[in-house]
Design a protein around this ligand. Structure first.
Ligand SMILES: Nc1ncnc2c1ncn2[C@@H]1O[C@H](COP(=O)(O)OP(=O)(O)OP(=O)(O)O)[C@@H](O)[C@H]1O
Length: 439
């Protein structure tokens, strides 16, 4: 048997080996070495943690208790054991923790009177008790909640943008669960992308442009920052509006296009363009809007009619565009109700919601509205050091923290030049419309 000093000498070697394993292949290290210990410690600490986080309930139980008996002549107190009912703290039943890519997951049975909301309220306390980055709560069915723990923030670094192969579907980043973050216009046609300056809105638009550029779609830009954001991408844009007047004309064209496609679908007895035979199917149009608030801001009364006209056209596109292959991706710093009823109505039509770091709580509330209050708290807690991190409301009704892949303007510009030959001209798209103004 090796003696103690030999063991002591081997310890640094074992430590270095574990460190190297963790560094070079974290998934296998986590699964084989770290997770079993973590699972044991979670199970062992559950009673204390549940008690500390207020998740236990008092229940009456029969129990042996010791009661003082007679004092003997020697002065020694004799205790007697008695079987009687006492109140004890019971913890929710915990199943065995299961490993996930970035942490672990465990199912619990709620106690009487508890709801998943009680566990959501305690999520931060649970995360601190188990020293994990975050705990998310979901409920797969009545009486059960699932706690999902992430050991460290998986969004600190996200890797490269993968190529997008499905039509109108782009993988723009990664969710905190480790799964890809996808923007799929055919499932969720219209999106709101809100965030303060330098929060990563344009980066996300870049990722979208890089993903859509090689696809058979028409991209249209409405850039109310005077065109500074989208002009470099002009080779792949079928039309670009850089001021409100141009935006108004472009939106009128889009409404006319939509009505035309409606007629084509009606004649072919199709409910949407996807039911048309491929020969008749028109090209899908993705409209990227930057600085949405500029469409609604009024300097003086003379602009009232213009604003009302553009806002109505945009709303019509949002209401009817889905069936006729016209999709919206609207970015803005502020999407508050102070911008008028047009914004509120548009928001109701945009089921895709992305909220980057915001300055005012109202924008987070407006963007994420009826989602879980924990989503709002999470949006407000996004630090400035991690641009591109956002709260995303997804099609499954859940919300996720996510981070976009870093896509520079240069990469997006290159993609628009490489795929410039795929750009259908706006004239080509709108030429058969009865009356159209070219943007
Ligand atoms: N996912 C990301 N990973 C790493 N860096 C990012 C990410 N997203 C954005 N950034 C960086 O953060 C900075 C701000 O990003 P971006 O320009 O997209 O913000 P913005 O919200 O559009 O700002 P503004 O409203 O001022 O245009 C940029 O330097 C960008 O490179």
């Amino acid at each position: 048997m090796p003696d103690l000093p030999a063991w002591l000498a081997a310890l640094p070697l074992i430590g270095a080996g574990l460190w190297a394993w963790r560094r070079w292949h974290y998934p296998s290290f986590w699964l084989i070495a770290a997770f079993p210990l973590v699972a044991l410690s979670v199970r062992a600490s559950w009673r204390r943690v549940a008690l500390g986080c207020g998740l236990t309930k008092k229940r009456q139980r029969w129990w042996f208790t010791t009661v003082p008996g007679l004092i003997a002549s020697t002065g020694i107190v004799r205790v007697r054991r008695r079987f009687q009912r006492v109140a004890v703290d019971t913890k929710p039943l915990m199943w065995l923790p299961r490993p996930t890519r970035h942490g672990w997951r465990v199912t619990l049975h709620t106690l009487e009177g508890q709801t998943p909301g009680d566990y959501t309220d305690a999520a931060e306390r649970l995360a601190h008790s188990w020293s994990v980055h975050a705990i998310r709560v979901s409920s797969p069915g009545p009486g059960r909640v699932v706690l999902s723990a992430t050991m460290r923030d998986p969004l600190v670094t996200v890797n490269q943008l993968p190529p997008s192969t499905d039509l109108l579907k782009v993988t723009v980043g990664r969710l905190e669960t480790g799964r890809p973050w996808m923007i799929d216009f055919r499932t969720v046609p219209h999106w709101l992308n809100a965030g303060a300056t330098q929060s990563g809105k344009s980066n996300l638009a870049n990722a979208l442009i890089v993903g859509l550029a090689p696809q058979p779609v028409a991209l249209v830009g409405i850039d109310l920052k005077g065109g500074v954001e989208f002009t470099p991408y002009a080779p792949r844009l079928s039309a670009l509006a850089t001021c409100r007047e141009e935006a108004g004309r472009l939106l009128d064209d889009l409404v006319a296009l939509m009505l035309d496609r409606m007629g084509v679908c009606r004649q072919a007895a199709a409910r949407n363009i996807w039911q048309l035979p491929p020969a008749l199917r028109p090209v899908p149009v993705v409209v990227l809007v930057d600085e949405l608030a500029e469409l609604y801001l009024m300097a003086d009364k003379s602009e009232k009619d213009e604003i009302a006209r553009t806002s109505t056209a945009l709303l019509r596109v949002a209401q009817l565009g889905r069936a006729f292959g016209i999709y919206l991706f609207c970015c803005g710093q502020r999407i508050g109700s102070d911008l008028g009823p047009g914004v509120t109505a548009l928001r109701a039509q945009c089921s895709g919601r992305i909220c980057h770091r915001v300055n005012d709580p109202e924008t987070a509330t407006m963007t994420l509205d009826d989602l879980d209050p924990a989503a709002l708290a999470s949006a407000r807690a996004i630090p400035a050091e991690t641009p591109g991190v956002a709260i995303v409301a997804s099609q499954d009704g859940q919300w996720y923290r996510a981070r976009s892949f870093h896509v520079t303007e240069h990469t997006a510009e290159q993609a628009t030049h490489t795929h410039a030959h795929l750009t259908p001209s706006w004239n080509e798209i709108t030429t058969h419309l009865p009356e159209h103004a070219h943007a």
